[in-house]
Design a protein around this ligand. Structure first.
Ligand code: ATP
Length: 294
């Protein structure tokens, strides 16, 4: 397979604080890669260095056989970043058409309006769109040049369910046409369903890399849910071995553990007041929680 993006020992430091720490990564053409990590892990900084918006402090980045800022490279990449800056005074249609002119082989205007799902708003000023609508416009702008590589930085934040479905359908269609897609998201179920490769970074370092199935299998985490009776306090769960994480949502408790038998045994032995127990094999979220706590 062809490597379309290569990061070689890339680091980025802001005033002595390391945001990306010696990251090496090779991304193959046609893959859909989800870049995951907790807040501040360095995802956006990584994407913005690949896009040439920031320079690495150390290391090199190559994409499409060139450097991020090469004109020929920029012609083939599209990006939907967290803030969509619309140009004051232009309508949705005019904004899309303006972006088409930045590229040598743009998609047809009508196709991009369909992608945005903003047919009814196309003659509205772009600045008057709602937050979710602006993001849909941002998506159409990212696709204006029919890019070979598409970057999506937390793309579905603020989108309603229908917009999300429409969005992922379009992204799946692009993946099926062999486009390379790099996305960051905090919605792990989205990453699980769309990405063929998951890269987890934490504190600027790569900590896991593989398919969702490989990552889940490697961490071997399972989940126990139960409802805590009135007498149960968080302190009573302290000291039980093999617990990766505990979350309380009201009286409903979620425990992530590599050994649910051991946890259940300890709960029974301590005669803790719980009911409605459910045990699930671990999802990507459980694997993720485990990885970032290491
Ligand atoms: N321009 C900047 N100046 C100083 N520090 C920065 C700058 N940009 C990012 N950082 C710092 O670098 C670290 C990584 O930030 P980054 O935005 O890449 O994380 P992220 O993984 O995208 O987080 P989130 O999920 O919250 O978007 C953070 O500690 C952040 O405060």
């Amino acid at each position: 397979m062809n490597s379309i993006i290569t990061l070689d020992h890339v680091s980025k430091t802001f005033k002595g604080k390391t945001a990306v720490d010696d990251l090496s990564l090779s991304i193959e053409e046609g893959s859909v890669v989800a870049l995951l990590g907790p807040n501040g892990a360095g995802k956006t900084t990584t994407v913005s260095m690949i896009l040439g918006l920031q320079d690495p402090t150390e290391g090199t980045i190559r994409l499409l056989g060139g450097k991020p800022r090469d004109t020929a490279v920029r012609d083939r990449i599209g990006a939907m970043l967290q803030d969509v800056n619309v140009i004051e005074g232009l309508t949705v249609l005019e904004t899309i058409d303006l972006f088409r002119h930045y590229y040598s082989k743009p998609l047809p205007l009508q196709k991009l309006v369909e992608i945005s799902g903003l047919e009814a708003e196309k003659n509205k000023r772009a600045s008057a769109l709602s937050g979710g609508q602006k993001r849909r416009l941002g998506f159409a702008l990212a696709l204006a040049g029919d890019p070979s590589i598409l970057f999506l930085d937390e793309p579905t934040v603020g989108m309603d369910i229908t917009a999300r479905q429409h969005f992922w359908e379009t992204v799946r269609g692009m993946a099926a046409r062999g486009r390379t897609i790099i996305l960051t998201t905090h919605y792990l179920e989205e990453a699980d369903s769309i990405a063929d490769r998951i890269v987890v970074i934490n504190k600027g370092k790569l900590i896991a890399d593989g398919s969702a199935a490989e990552i889940k299998a490697s961490t071997n985490q399972k989940t126990i849910y139960f409802t805590a009776g009135p007498g149960l306090t968080p302190e009573m769960l302290a000291g039980i071995g093999a617990i990766t994480d505990v979350t309380w949502s009201g009286r409903r408790v979620k425990i992530i553990s590599p050994d649910t038998d051991q946890v259940i045994f300890a709960i029974v032995q301590r005669q803790l007041d719980i009911k409605d127990i459910e045990i699930h094999t671990g999802g990507l979220e459980d694997a993720f929680q485990f990885l970032v706590q290491q």
